[in-house]
Design a protein around this ligand. Sequence first.
Ligand code: IPM
Length: 360
Amino acid sequence: MKLNIAVLPGDGIGPEVTAEAVKVLKAIAMEFNHVFTFDYGLIGASAIDKDGIPLPDTSLELCKKADAILFGAIGEPKYDNDPYAKIRPEQGLLKLRKELDLFTNIRPVIAYEDLLNNSPLKRKYIKDVNICIYRELTGGIYFGDKKVSEDGNNASDICEYSRFEIERIAHMAFKAAQSRKQKLTLIDKANVLESSRLWRKVVKELASQYPDVTLDFLFIDNAAMQVITNPKQFDVILTENMFGDIISEEASVIVGSIGLLASASIGDTHAMFEPIHGTYTTARNKGIANPIAAILSAAMLLDHFGLYDEASLVREGVDKALKLHITTPDLNTKYDNISTSKVGDFIEDFINNPDETNLN
Ligand code: IPM
């Protein structure tokens, strides 16, 4: 298969972890006789530094033309701490999601047997957890009208959803549940928010088309507690943009490190793959950033194109790395000197030679 992949490494540790994902995809291409090409573009703070804007047209065009996009991370503390900044790195990512209509963000949360002790949560609660979060990505409060009064003392962000926006992701989440444990949980705040009541109404209506799926509902405040006190109850979670952002980051506690969580952002015509972690700028260029979330995002890219054997091989490589403690320091495992690129090298070697790869 020929795939033209746009690579937007972004800021902070983005370039380091993305390099390992590209390394792994190149190994897969070699092993399975695919032709993957990689074209790089700027986004975020690095684009602002060079071009004054967070998503230059060249990067957007690159992504529009590509079969898939591999994205790193975005953000810089100097913007986080400056409420007056009008141009911000995150605007680049939000614009990209909107322009490409990447409305469904899929975030798997899978507890690895070998890492159960890395989580601050008790083993018995997290063993065998396998949740898939469907987060709406192009609507809600992130994209509603924003206003600041002239004197700067009032501000508002509107949270708005349409039936159409809810239906299209809900269908995807129901279908995912059908192929998993047939359970879908909608997380909302329908006791308070009109937009949440619309979600509940629309999702309830669609449920009749998926009689094999059990649908239940949780308010976000309750869900925030349940996701770490009883995560095994969940199969597929469906939720709106901001609740999904927060609940998925919370769920990473189950897995032991946010450096392990991958995601796919899917629309009707484009698809982007990115780790859910941020830029972790204090780790930049130290070789300590965990590349596994980026590598697992590359596996999701392979799945997206039906390259299931290829994706499985990447995941087997990740499993073996975790089993042999070939991991970065965030996982506090046996060795303290395994760098970002060493993890990538190991998985690359595994792909080239699955039966013989060991730590050397
Ligand atoms: C994420 C990030 C983004 C979001 C930021 C960087 C805009 O936190 O992908 O989860 O809030 O969606």
